[in-house]
Design a protein around this ligand. Sequence first.
Ligand SMILES: Nc1nc2c(ncn2[C@@H]2O[C@H](COP(=O)(O)OP(=O)(O)OP(=O)(O)O)[C@@H](O)[C@H]2O)c(=O)[nH]1
Ligand SMILES: [Mg+2]
Length: 374
Amino acid sequence: MVSAVAMLLGFHVLLTYTHDTYASTFSVGPVFSGSRANSGWKEGEMMVPVSAIPRNTSDPNRRKANAAFVVLARNDDLWPFLESMKQMEDRFNHWAGYDYVFLNEEPFSDEFKKYTQALTNTKCHYGLIEKSHWYQPDWIDEDRATAARQDMINKQVIYGHSVPYRNMCRFNSGFFFRHPLLADYDYYWRIEPGVKFFCDIAYDPFLVMQDQNKVYGFAISLYEYIETIPTLWNTVKDFIKKHPEYIAEDNAMAFLSDDGGESYNRCHFWSNFELGDLNFWRSDAYMAFFEHLDSTGGFYYERWGDAPVHSIGAALFARKDQIHFFEDIGYRHEPFQHCPQGAAHTRGKCFCDINNNFDWEWYSCTNKYVDMFK
Ligand SMILES: Nc1nc2c(ncn2[C@@H]2O[C@H](COP(=O)(O)OP(=O)(O)OP(=O)(O)O)[C@@H](O)[C@H]2O)c(=O)[nH]1
Ligand SMILES: [Mg+2]
């Protein structure tokens, strides 16, 4: 392993001095071939496999992953979404050239299609969500669901009143990756309206996922409101008992639980930013997990979010080193931001306030993630 890293570094130095294009496009920081798990943790040092760094970003035959951006949106989300999309294009996709897949439970308007497609040279696909994948199922006891929503309104839980929000969380948890428009893709990057991407991205994060066998990538992590998930962990524990064969060795349980799985510490990756392996969500393990959760009605009797559901799935069914912290991707979704630190900030030409970084705030869980690799 050590000699492989040394060889790659040597190769890089050689290329930097002998190959103009390589030197000018290589600006992403240290190059490693191993996983973070083997290498400890150093803030500001990215783990970018050399294979994810293009020699020439304008080469049409540049190696790409089989991937797309995924955007769940309403027609009303158009203008705030264009802010996100424009930044993604400017920072990354103008050279990377990945397609977009837009999903909605209602048909997208001509206006939505016109202004989104106009922002990119790549192809935008617009899909309708099947009713059974979106709306509250008939078997949900509506009296019980109404009472649960009222209880959350009384407790002032954010989106506690909302059925559409619950539909959205359930769809993102268990259905988006089954949409026919995503069937031929392997990886996705989720983008929401009104987010910010602060820094230039000089390598291909999809290739990091693919080449390093990652299944999940995040930028921000934090604690979930317990009022939204009172019975989620017991439901997860039932699943683990029923299907111990699905639990990965060397998993990330330590991110989720401070007592070996007895209780949930409420840590989750903030899923408004996520890169993921679609085939991981489509696996027997995750599909069985989602069916198990869904059958309890918890998406409607409580307000289970796709963020804890995805995070628990990734943490239990993958190895911990298959979860990747995209530390050099500056990102904001109100009210929190991840701002790359140290040399990564200047290297990425980031515009975020370097002192405004959520990573090590008391409400962040990123310390629990990095502690797993110490
Ligand atoms: N088609 C559709 N998309 C939705 C609906 N509700 C939310 N979305 C999308 O689902 C994603 C998550 O919704 P948000 O409202 O951003 O949820 P959130 O991030 O928890 O809350 P905010 O802090 O308000 O951003 C976004 O991409 C929304 O555009 C809906 O009813 N229909
Ligand atoms: Mg949002």
